[in-house]
Design a protein around this ligand. Structure first.
Ligand SMILES: NC(=O)c1ccc[n+]([C@@H]2O[C@H](COP(=O)([O-])OP(=O)(O)OC[C@H]3O[C@@H](n4cnc5c(N)ncnc54)[C@H](OP(=O)(O)O)[C@@H]3O)[C@@H](O)[C@H]2O)c1
Length: 322
C-alpha cells in the first residue's frame, strides 16, 4: 500500500529519512481492526520521530502519523484515538506506563490503511469533514485536556497561550474562546498574531512581551524559549500546564523561587483519553468549530507539509488527504 515512512533517523536533517513509497498492508492482531484512511494530520511528533526522539533505528521502517479519520471495516465513518494502551490496562490510558502512540511501536496513519485496537475507534460526528476530524486526535485532544482536565479552567478565567501558530496552540486558542475564557496569545510573527485574533484570541503579544495583567493559567508547548515569561505572567496561585518543549527542555532559569513564593502549580499533560476525544468531537460539532487547517495536500506531497513544519511556517494543522 501507499505510505509515508521513516527509513532512517537524523537529528540535524530529519527530512533525509522521510520516504514516500510502498509498504506492506498492516498486520491485524486479535481485537484490532483496519481503518481505510481518508485524511491524516501532521504533528510535531512526526518530526521528533524522524529526529530519533521516541523511535529507534531497530524499529525502522516505521510508517509515520498519529492522527487519522476514515472508514472502518463496516463502512462507518470513524476517528482514531492514537493512544495505544496495554490490553490489560484499566482507567486513564494516558497514565499507562506501557502506552504508546501510533507510529511509535505500531505502524502509523500516513498510509492507505492503518490497524488499530477496535476500542480506539470513535464515531465521527456528521458535521465534521474527514479533514477537520483528522486534526482532533493529537493536537486538539492535547489542547482539550490541557485546558479543561489538567488545567481545570472555568468560564470567566484568563489564559495565555504561548507560540500561537502551532497545531496545539491554535486548538488551545479556539477551544479556550469557545469555553468562555479570556484568551491571550504570543507569537514571534506578526502575521500569526493577527491570525490568532481572527480565531479567538482577545489580545496578542510578541514572544516575551510583558502582559498588561497576569493570568490564571498559561498553556506551554514552546518550552525553554518561553518558560520564564510563562512563570512571570501568572497570578499568585496560577497554573502552567505544559505538554511540549519545542525549543528545548532546559530553560536558562527554572524560576523555582517564583514558583514556590507565588504558590504556582506546574502540571504536565499528555494527549487525552478515548472518552475525552469523544467529548471533544461532540463539543466541536455542537459549537460548529472548524479546526484551523494551514494546508491540505495529497499524502503524496507529504514532504512539502513536513518542510513547512521544519521551517516554522505552519499556522494550524497540515492535513494529508488519502
Ligand atoms: N504531550 C503531548 O501529548 C503532546 C501532544 C501534541 C504536541 N506535543 C508537543 O507540543 C509541541 C507543539 O506541537 P505542535 O504539533 O503544535 O507543533 P507546531 O505546530 O510545530 O508548533 C510549534 C509552535 O511553537 C512555537 N515555537 C517554536 N519554536 C519557538 C521558539 N524558539 N520561540 C518561541 N516560539 C517557538 C511556534 O509558534 P510561533 O511561530 O507562533 O511563535 C510554533 O508555531 C511539540 O513539541 C510537540 O511534540 C505534545
Amino acid at each position: 500500500m501507499f505510505a509515508v515512512y521513516a527509513e532512517k533517523l537524523s537529528t540535524d536533517d530529519p527530512l533525509s529519512g522521510l520516504v514516500v513509497g510502498e509498504r506492506p498492508d498492516p498486520d491485524v492482531p486479535d481485537g484490532w481492526t483496519t481503518v481505510t484512511v481518508k485524511a491524516a494530520a501532521l504533528n510535531h511528533h512526526d518530526l521528533w520521530s524522524l529526529r530519533g526522539v521516541g523511535l529507534r533505528e531497530e524499529q525502522l521502517p516505521m510508517i509515520l502519523g498519529c492522527d487519522a479519520a476514515g472508514t472502518d471495516e463496516d463502512g462507518n465513518d470513524v476517528l482514531i484515538h492514537a493512544v495505544i494502551s496495554d490490553p490489560s490496562w484499566r482507567g486513564d490510558e494516558t497514565e499507562d506506563p506501557r502506552r504508546s502512540l501510533l507510529s511509535e511501536r505500531h505502524q502509523g496513519t500516513f498510509a492507505d490503511k492503518v490497524a488499530v485496537p477496535r476500542s480506539n475507534l470513535v464515531s465521527l460526528p456528521s458535521s465534521l469533514s474527514f479533514e477537520e476530524a483528522a486534526c482532533l486526535p493529537t493536537a486538539w485532544l492535547t489542547a482539550y485536556r490541557m485546558l479543561f482536565v489538567q488545567g481545570g479552567l472555568k468560564p470567566g478565567q484568563s489564559v495565555l497561550v504561548q507560540g500561537a501558530g502551532g497545531g496545539v496552540a491554535t486548538a488551545l486558542i479556539t477551544l479556550a474562546r469557545a469555553g468562555g475564557l479570556q484568551v491571550f496569545a504570543t507569537s514571534r510573527d506578526e502575521a500569526k498574531r493577527t491570525r490568532a485574533l481572527e480565531i479567538g484570541a482577545h489580545a496578542t503579544y510578541a514572544t516575551g512581551e510583558r502582559l498588561p495583567e497576569r493570568v490564571d493559567a498559561v498553556m506551554e508547548t514552546v518550552g525553554a524559549a518561553t518558560w520564564s515569561h510563562s512563570i512571570n505572567s501568572l497570578k499568585p496561585g496560577g497554573v502552567v500546564v505544559i505538554s511540549g518543549a519545542t525549543s528545548g527542555d532546559a530553560p536558562g532559569k527554572a524560576e523555582l523561587t517564583k514558583i514556590f513564593f507565588r504558590q504556582l502549580r506546574v502540571v504536565g499533560s499528555t494527549m487525552g483519553t478515548r472518552g475525552e476525544l469523544d467529548r471533544l468531537a461532540q463539543f466541536v460539532s455542537q459549537r460548529g468549530i472548524a479546526p484551523v487547517v494551514d494546508r491540505q495536500m495529497p499524502l503524496a506531497d507529504a514532504r512539502k507539509g513536513f518542510a513547512r513544519m521544519v521551517d516554522g511556517e505552519v499556522f494550524g494543522k497540515v492535513v494529508f488527504t488519502v
